[in-house]
Design a protein. Sequence first.
Length: 159
Amino acid sequence: MKKRFYIETTVVSYYTARPSRDLLVAGHQEATHELWSRLVNDFESYISALVYEEASRGDSVLAKARLDALKPFTMLSIDDEVRLLAEKIIAERGIPAEYPEDALHIAVAAANGMEVIVTWNFAHLNNPFTRIMIRQIVENEGYVCPEICSPEELLEDEL
C-alpha cells in the first residue's frame, strides 16, 4: 500500500517559486523538486481546500503555477469534524490562535488518516516542541497523528 501524504501549502510554494539567491531557500527548493515526482507518482498525496485557497493568493502568475502543480492531488474537504479538531488544537495551545490555518492543516490530515504532513513551516508545524504538543492533542482526541516533516527529511529517509 502506498503511504498517504498531506501536502501543505509551503511545499507547492517552494516547488513553483522563482529560483532563490538565498542558499537556504534554494536548498529547500531543490529538495522540493527532488521529492515532487515521488509525491505525484509513488504515494497517495492529498491537499485540502485550504491548500488550494492559500495557493491561489498573491501574484497571479505564480498562483496559477501553484494551482496547476496541485492538479494531480486529491482534495480533502474541511468539514465540522476537522473544524472541531482544529479548534481543540488551538484551545490546547498546540498552534497559536493567530494561525488557525495551521491547525486546520493538521486537523484535515489527521481526520483523513494521513500518515505524513509534508511542510516547510518550521514556525508552527514542524519543530520539536510543536510536534510533541500537536501529537498529544490529536491522539487525546482519538486520532492517529501524522508525522510532520520537511521534504528534506523525507529525502534523507530515502522513502
